[in-house]
Design a protein around this ligand. Structure first.
Ligand SMILES: [Zn+2]
Length: 318
C-alpha cells in the first residue's frame, strides 16, 4: 500500500513539475500571414475580402500582435485590371500599422522556374506594396518563398540568396504546418453551407496548431538547448478570420508573447547554417536538423493532419 502511495505522489510531483515548466517559460512568437490580400477558393473578392480582412485584423488588434503579411500582387487584379476592393483589403493592413513583405508577384514555384524569370517576378511584386508602405514611410524588407521552396540545388539556392541580399531583402524563415489544409477543408465546408462541419474543423485546427507549436518547443530544446523565438506561418484566409482569435488565446495560455518578425530574427538561432536542397518546403527547424545530419529519430513525434481533414480538403497528403 505504501508503495502505491509513493508511486501516486511521485506522479503528482512529476506532473506539477512539468506543468510549472510549461506555464513559467516565457515564450515568444512572431505571426506571419502569407498570400495577401486573401487565399481563398470561393470568395470572389469585393466586399467579402474586405469583410474577412477586417475580421482577421480585429483579432490582430485585440491581441496587439505586430503581425506581417506577405503579398502576392497578382491577386489584386481581376482580368488584368486592378480591383479597388482587393486593393482596399490590403490598405486595411497599412491602416492597422502592420508590416507587409514580398511573396513574389504571381506565387511561382522556384524549383520549376528559371532563375531570371523568378527574380523578375520578385521585382514585379514590389510595386503596389511599396506604394502602400510609403504612406507610413516604410518599404519592403522581408521575403517569403512561395511553397517555402528555397532552391533544389546548392547553386540555385545560392543564386536566390545572392539576389535577395543585393536587393536588401531579409528572408523570413518559418515553422511550417498543415494550416493550409485545414483552411481548404474549412472553405469546402463553407461552400456546402455545413456550419457544424466548419465548427468542427475550426476547433480541430486550433488543437492541431497548439500540438504543432509544442512539438517545435521540444525540437528547439533538442537542437539549441532552449526555446528560441518562433516564427509561425499561417495564411490570410477565412479560417483564420474566424479562428485566429481562439488560437491566439491558446498561445497566450502557453505564455507566448507576440513579437515582430524583426524581433524574432534577433535570435541567433536564425544564423544557423542551412544547406537543405530537398524539393519540399519544410520548416527551418528541419533544415537546420538536416544540415546537422541528425538521426531520423530526431524528427519523431511531429503532429500530422488527420485523414478526415485531408479528405474534406480533397488533399492527398501534407
Ligand atoms: Zn504562399
Amino acid at each position: 500500500m505504501i508503495q502505491v502511495f509513493r508511486i501516486f505522489f511521485s506522479i503528482i510531483i512529476l506532473n506539477s513539475f512539468l506543468f510549472s515548466q510549461d506555464t513559467k517559460t516565457q515564450r515568444f512568437i512572431a505571426i506571419t500571414f502569407d498570400d495577401l490580400p486573401m487565399n481563398t477558393k470561393y470568395l470572389e473578392g469585393g466586399n467579402q475580402w474586405i469583410e474577412q480582412t477586417q475580421k482577421l485584423l480585429n483579432t490582430i488588434k485585440k491581441f496587439n500582435i505586430p503581425a506581417i503579411g506577405f503579398v502576392n500582387e497578382y491577386k489584386l487584379y481581376v482580368n488584368e485590371v486592378l480591383d479597388s476592393s482587393r486593393l482596399k483589403a490590403l490598405q486595411i493592413w497599412i491602416d492597422a500599422d502592420l508590416d507587409l513583405g514580398n511573396h513574389t508577384f504571381s506565387h511561382p514555384d522556384y524549383h520549376n522556374t528559371e532563375n531570371e524569370e523568378f527574380f523578375a517576378d520578385i521585382i514585379k511584386g514590389e510595386k503596389i506594396t511599396n506604394e502602400l508602405l510609403s504612406q507610413k514611410n516604410k518599404k519592403i524588407e522581408y521575403f517569403r518563398h512561395p511553397y517555402l521552396h528555397t532552391g533544389n540545388s546548392l547553386e540555385k539556392k545560392k543564386a536566390l540568396e545572392d539576389f535577395l541580399k543585393e536587393h536588401n531583402y531579409t528572408i523570413a524563415p518559418v515553422i511550417d504546418n498543415g494550416e493550409w489544409i485545414y483552411a481548404r477543408a474549412y472553405e469546402n465546408a463553407y461552400n456546402k453551407n455545413d456550419d457544424e462541419l466548419m465548427k468542427q474543423i475550426g476547433s480541430e485546427y486550433v488543437s492541431y496548431m497548439i500540438d504543432k507549436t509544442i512539438y517545435f518547443e521540444t525540437q528547439s530544446v533538442k537542437l539549441f538547448g532552449s526555446e528560441i523565438k518562433q516564427i509561425l506561418l499561417v495564411h490570410a484566409n477565412m479560417l483564420n478570420a474566424d479562428y485566429f482569435d481562439e488560437l491566439a488565446e491558446e498561445l497566450l495560455k502557453r505564455n507566448y508573447d507576440f513579437i515582430s518578425l524583426k524581433e524574432a530574427l534577433t535570435d541567433t538561432a536564425y544564423k544557423t547554417e542551412d544547406t537543405f536542397i530537398g524539393r519540399g518546403g519544410i520548416s527551418w527547424f528541419h533544415r537546420w536538423s538536416y544540415t546537422r545530419k541528425v538521426d531520423k529519430s530526431f524528427y519523431a513525434g511531429e503532429p500530422e493532419v488527420p485523414k478526415s481533414i485531408l479528405d474534406i480538403a480533397e488533399v492527398e497528403s501534407e
